[in-house]
Design a protein around this ligand. Structure first.
Ligand code: HEM
Length: 82
């Protein structure tokens, strides 16, 4: 629970708030933003609490373009033992 709290605080940092604007901006911006961010943090925290992940490759290969595009990443996902 402490870890989730830290994550929620980081999400609320002004650096993140001004760099990412999916909830629009101004007086008609999304009123559900805080609820949505809390739910997303909860989902991410729940996934990492329930599952462990394992990388199956050493490096992430990319293709150059307008942006650098990742070519794929093999990751294993296993339910953690209780
Ligand atoms: C990932 C989740 C969400 C995204 C990306 C999102 C995004 C947005 C955006 C972009 C707008 C502005 C639309 C416009 O310009 O007309 C908006 C408005 C709104 N959102 Fe969300 N939203 C999310 C979740 C939620 C949730 C969970 C709620 C309620 C609990 C909510 C309630 C509202 C309401 C009531 C408005 C209208 C605000 C107004 O017109 O004054 N949204 N949302």
């Amino acid at each position: 629970m402490v870890q989730l709290g830290v994550y929620v605080v980081l999400m609320g940092e002004c650096r993140q708030k001004s760099a990412f604007i999916p909830f629009s901006y101004g007086p008609r911006a999304c009123v559900g933003r805080n609820v949505a961010e809390m739910e997303m943090a909860l989902i991410v925290a729940t996934v990492f609490r329930r599952y462990e992940f394992e990388l199956y490759q050493e490096e992430l290969e990319t293709r150059e373009g307008f942006l650098r595009k990742p070519l794929g990443l093999q990751v294993g996902m296993r339910r953690r033992r209780q």
